[in-house]
Design a protein around this ligand. Sequence first.
Ligand SMILES: Cc1ncc(COP(=O)(O)O)c(C=O)c1O
Length: 435
Amino acid sequence: MNTRFVLHEEELPRQWYNVLADLDRPLDPPLDPRTEEPVPPEALRALFPRACVEQEVSMDRFVDIPEPVREVYRWWRPTPLLRAVALERALGTPARIYFKYEGGSPTGSHKANTAVAQAYYNKIEGTARLTTETGAGQWGSALAYACAAFGLRCTVYMVRASYEGKPYRRTLMRLFGAEVFPSPSERTNAGRAVLAADPRSPGSLGIAISEAIEDAVGGNGAKYALGSVLNHVLLHQTVIGLEAVRQMDLAGAWPDVVVGCVGGGSNFAGLALPFFGEARSGRRLLPRLLAVEPAACPSLTRGELRYDFGDTAKTTPLLKMHTLGADFVPPPIHAGGLRYHGMAPLVSRLVADGVVEPVAHDQVDVFESAMLFARAEGILPAPETAHAVHAAVKLARACAESGEAKVILIGFSGHGHFDMAAYEAALEKALPRVT
Ligand SMILES: Cc1ncc(COP(=O)(O)O)c(C=O)c1O
């Protein structure tokens, strides 16, 4: 039985898939908080390069991947699609479990897919430095790597809870040449305001975004890069799903369920949207699309769908999304990359339309499934990824009960080699439930 489905280097996609072209009605536009009028795309040029701003609103169904970006992708892409046969056996399930493994990128997660594209577009426009936020450190290290690849400087505001809990991610970013600051920091008005109210603030992605934006706007030749949420980021991530569609064909199977974890929504969307596109074109059946979030930060399952700020200092345009409120500071769970108060407007729309199904799980259960997966498959999921793994394990167990041989596809967004403190706590049964 084949368990590994690989594409050749030449089969690396030449275009990303833009789901905006396939929506029933346009997305609600970002609004200017002062006037509540739509923000003209040009206004985003202060923060982002032209190509990303154009991609934010493009209605082209496919967007060319620039050759220099494909060249860097080729270091680790196409990524493999693997069948988790040992996990299936361990669960005694008739379900067939596949996972699309993004842990083989230079920094260990899917984040490099958009980091490389964003660094490239900035490079050709003459940007000297990029600023960003990072939760778990995956996005920060991906951007630091991409900046090194294209010769840009990089400044990262790292959520303090992760800065202290994940020192080696910090080291990796610095090795790639980035400067890294704990957020909230004393370097920005946004950081100082949070520290004045709570000197022990663990930080949040919303706060770190405010700091990175403030730094970019005030910095000479600096621009800002976001690791999730926005349309252009999700677009870049569709390289995952475009490959996976072809690999499922190689496997001779089509998923009944596609499952991914959601922080801002980029890896889930990157995998799931091309499957949605295939269904839209009438070629295939639409799988169940399951978006898994932490019970500690349940923006899709408990948040409201409304206009809200993308950051805590309320400097961004208003985005129509599922949100827990821009002031919400989630408890410091181990899946730092899932601690975001909002959600990609695109994912929010598909949830509202009933296309994407959200579910929330507690970290204790999530880590149990992650350890089961690691023991069976020999691959350790990142705590974020572990949420998707847990949902898949639950589905496969249900199949064991019902006898159904469903095909489950997991978005395996990254490995957990920098998350040993979290796994140590899980082994010692010292992880708190945070619901
Ligand atoms: C490995 C991994 N998976 C998932 C996420 C969540 O982000 P997104 O929802 O944008 O994929 C992160 C964010 O840091 C991550 O590091």
